[in-house]
Design a protein around this ligand. Sequence first.
Ligand SMILES: Cc1ncc(COP(=O)(O)O)c(C=O)c1O
Length: 451
Amino acid sequence: MTNGDWTRRDFLAAASAGSLAAATSGTIPAYGNLTKKAGKLALLGGEPVRKNKSWPDWPYWDDKVIESVTKTTKSRIWCRIQSSTGTVPTFEKEFAKLIGAKFCVATGSGTQSLHTCVEALGIGPGDEVITSPYTDPGTIASILSARALPVLADLDPASFQLDPDEVEKRITENTKAIMPVHMMGQPCDIDRIMAIAKKHNLKVIEDAAQAHLAEHRGRKLGTIGDVGCFSFQSSKVLACGEGGGIIGNDEALMDRCYTVHNHGTSRRGATETIGPKYRMNEFQAAVLLGQLPTVLERHARRNENAAYLTARLKDIPYLVPQKLYEGTNAGSYYLYAMSYHKEHLNGVDRATFLKALSAEGVSLSPYIAMGLHKEPWIDNILKSRVYKRMYSEERLRKYREESQCPKCDQVCQEMAMIWASGPLLAPKEDMAEVADAIEKVYENRDQLKAV
Ligand SMILES: Cc1ncc(COP(=O)(O)O)c(C=O)c1O
């Protein structure tokens, strides 16, 4: 272990000793057959490694989900305020229990959850929230919707997560909170981010939109900061089409979240603040509630398959799995992410490598094309009348100048990942084919010179 970071080997060692033990049983089965991999690349007319290209379907449903939706339909309680024991309040209770938090407020999306928290913490015009440029636009939309400034800090290029040193550099007297994003469903460097927040008296809103059930030092993500936010959008490991949830242990803050998301009206019925109407509806909750009895099985399976893939990739220098920080017990594996290092594949560019691997029957995706610091929103929004009225020209000019994140640019260029919610539920043999294809491309990399 170096610099407090985990190597892949360390992760596997801990995985077999810690909470992943049940999933991995501490052993990595010996799939794969090196002799099969020598030969012509499929891109050049050879036989592909993986002929069956299908993966487990996503999003997930089973009879329990159907029963749950039917029950809600027949109950005629279709809106959360009709009953304090309806489907949404029941889901909130069950989800909080599953994650290990005292309270949950369910919303219509991850973005709505994040925005609700920003408002509930009293963050608004003139304030700054530090977050990652390598994330879904919903992360910064939640800050912009409160008319605050999202300040983007650069990444650790090996983990694809916020670099705490870069976060600390960007703290000013206007900073009110840090919004760390647990990218790919793995814990960011949360120990250091929490220490920085404590030192500077800042709030922490965990963006755990991708990180359901992921765990750091025995605590589920979302329970470490002041509040944690999840997305239940279709692609996520717990999904209902569109949906979101806030969890937390501070009753007063969670009550404020309820009030904000309920058009500013408290549980007692008094309109106390400005707020949007972000309530989850009963059918979204019914779809989620129907999945809860089996969600841990799928979580364990993804972790088991990820541990296997990581073990198989340990001697392949050109494709390096996401660096995990010390204390990581489990990931959600919403995505299984790797960085592509072309210098170990004869300098072949990423697009050609992805084509070669796809021809072998394994598709990886580059994911986010451009960090948020490079997206046109900066100009479009900062030039808007609203922002010009709230922020001085000098402040917006400085903000633009400082929005440089070269490590994020590098991550965008190097990323190669698997959309893992469904695929990582596949049998081990499918994982073996993924690793075989990656090895085959490596062993036959000289053939790519001709492409
Ligand atoms: C890291 C992250 N933050 C926020 C969001 C926004 O969530 P939603 O799409 O549910 O609004 C997402 C969604 O993909 C996400 O991945």
